[in-house]
Design a binder for this molecule. Structure first.
Ligand code: DX5
Ligand code: ZN
Length: 221
């Protein structure tokens, strides 16, 4: 069967009780915890960094997926690895030597991903695709939770699938991030996405655990 994983983004959780919030989604069957790191430069917001991630590490055994929306990610990646991240993605336009950074992340036994903004074409992956473990496709502009899914993103997923086939990298996982909810996750899943990040649809739901369950059910069709 195809890989289909739900990755709640704690960006929309209650920051005064992150531990509890993580336990809730874990009960619902969450597969990965998505951590949105923003520096106020690459994106307008500032969120969390390695100390918060490190203190959450003891709360759960679920993999931690750090989405670095920061300039010069290479300066901080070692700290995120020390904090206990299992997957790290960064935006290639924020980094001068992306290949070196991908190499470094993998040398530390951490999965390496690169992120495409809505305006970034799939063909920017043509060379790095031979080295990465996953691609994170933004289906909103990075910086904020609770935005609306950009429907053209589905075409992009198809283009990426094609590039994966052409390059023999069909093992790469496709992650999507932004505006994912119970109404669109089915179509997004059919397009070939493997990892579904969802922030507000999960943490603003009455019962976040139940929402994780429902999202997973729809992702598996
Ligand atoms: C946006 C972040 C997303 C965000 C998704 O910059 O990368 O992970 O938390 O939130 P929703 O699911 O509310 O669009
Ligand atoms: Zn994210």
């Amino acid at each position: 069967a195809e890989t289909k994983l739900i990755a709640p983004s704690i960006l929309s959780a209650d920051f005064s009780k992150l531990g509890e919030e993580i336990r809730k989604v874990e009960k619902g069957g969450a597969d990965i915890i998505h951590l949105d790191v923003m520096d106020g430069r690459y994106v307008p917001n500032i969120t969390i960094g390695p100390p918060v991630i490190e203190s959450l590490r003891s709360i759960t055994d679920l993999p931690f997926d750090a989405h670095l929306m920061i300039v010069e990610p290479e300066r901080y990646v070692p700290d995120f690895i020390k904090a206990g991240c299992d997957m790290i993605s960064f935006h290639m336009d924020a980094c001068i030597h992306s290949h070196r950074l991908v190499d470094y992340i993998k040398s530390q036994n951490v999965k390496a991903g690169v992120v495409l903004n809505p305006s970034t074409p799939v063909n920017t992956l043509e060379e790095i695709i031979y080295y990465i473990d996953y691609v994170l496709i933004m289906s909103v502009n990075p910086g904020f939770g609770g935005q609306k899914f950009i429907p053209e993103t589905l075409n992009k997923v198809k283009k990426l699938k094609k590039l994966m086939e052409e390059t023999g990298r069909t093992d790469i996982l496709i992650e999507i991030d932004g505006g994912i909810n119970i109404n669109n996750i089915g179509d997004v899943s059919s397009a070939g996405v493997n990892i579904f990040v969802a922030g507000s649809s999960i943490f603003k739901a009455e019962d976040p655990a139940e929402m994780v369950r429902k999202l997973k059910e729809k992702a598996l069709y």
